[in-house]
Ligand binder design. Structure first.
Ligand code: FES
Length: 192
């Protein structure tokens, strides 16, 4: 009986979790992180970038019921992708069932993917190396291909996408921090 109760509880939790993950993406008027526009120059650079990522810089603004609006300068890495190739290269994004494998938002928008600059291992900021043609983390040596596939080092998953959207002709990005050092993507925060 106890096992049956646990099983039913697990199914109910799973059914509830999927829409909850999607609903957690910030809207423009929610508390927490907000959407920040990319410049026209950055979008143009993304359109032209076929083999190198584009560093996208923006200010994330945060609202809180008790504090004045705050902002944090951040950046992320944008790449232009071929959707079929990207799907084949990143099964960790597209083929993982359940709430932890479901981003709750489209990982590809307008033919672009935006990666969080935070290494999924323990949270350092990684960089792109033109010489090595890959993303490299200075802290413990994790490495990732252009499309974010994990190829070396201790990181337990590939690079994490961030939500990107197109609104009134402008591209906007928002911020999510995922839990470090887990194979699944678990949302920790919407603030930088
Ligand atoms: S934080 Fe990047 S490899 Fe450890």
């Amino acid at each position: 009986m106890a096992n049956a109760t646990l099983t039913i509880g697990g199914i109910v939790g799973l059914v509830l979790a999927v829409p909850i993950v999607g609903s957690l993406i910030p809207s423009s008027n929610s508390s927490g992180g907000t959407w920040s526009p990319l410049s026209a120059e950055e979008v143009d650079a993304l359109q032209k970038a076929t083999s190198k990522p584009v560093k996208l810089q923006f200010t994330m603004k945060y609202k809180d019921a008790y504090l004045p609006e705050q902002g944090a300068d951040e950046y992320a890495w944008g790449i232009k992708i071929d959707l079929d190739k990207f799907k084949a290269a990143r099964p960790d994004i597209f083929d993982v069932p359940g709430p932890n494998g479901d981003l709750g938002y489209p990982p590809v928008t307008m033919g672009f993917v935006v990666f969080s600059p935070i290494c999924p291992h323990l949270g350092c900021y990684y960089n792109w190396s033109d010489d090595q043609n890959r993303f490299m983390c200075p802290c413990h040596g994790s490495q990732y291909t252009f499309d974010g596939t994990h190829i070396a080092g201790p990181a337990p998953r590939g690079l994490d996408p961030l939500p990107l959207r197109s609104t009134k002709g402008a591209a906007e990005v928002t911020w999510i921090v995922y839990q470090s050092n887990t194979p699944q993507r678990i949302v920790v925060s919407y603030q930088a």
